[in-house]
Design a protein around this ligand. Sequence first.
Ligand SMILES: [Zn+2]
Length: 180
Amino acid sequence: MTTLITHPLPILALGLALGPRVIPPRLLLAGFLLALLPDADMLAFKFGIAYADAFGHRGFSHSLLFAGCCGVLGALACRLLRCGPLRAFCWIALATASHSLLDAATDGGLGVVWLWPWSEQRHFLPWRPIEVSPFIHGFFSQRGLEVLASEARWVWLPCLALALGGMALRGLLRPRQQAL
Ligand SMILES: [Zn+2]
């Protein structure tokens, strides 16, 4: 996994870049939470389920089907999220899938079971620049700092650039839109 600090950043940055008219605050918050949700599968360790099991870590909760199901729940709750069902579906599914995409870009652990339940094969992206995070007991160590530095380089800074770039672009376009 990447750290829990890092997982919601891409969806947060994209939401801030698009602005509240496209992604209302409630939808943004829901996306933030859903980008964290797949790692609830860490509970599997408590029940003695092996990491490599389809119900273990980076298992079914990291699949595209799970992301799609979360999207459907988002669409059903679209009134609560202050948007239409299609937008809620797309955003929530994207937020959930963004989690396993980041995991698949890490350089350790097992890959993610994207195609569950049709395949239990574990997948990584061809390019894996992010150092894998140790589990919580190993986090406050030299290795933990190296992971944070890696995430800062490959996730935090690009996300900051995306959010600020999007906000700047919206700021530039706004006066023109108002003048039209
Ligand atoms: Zn994960």
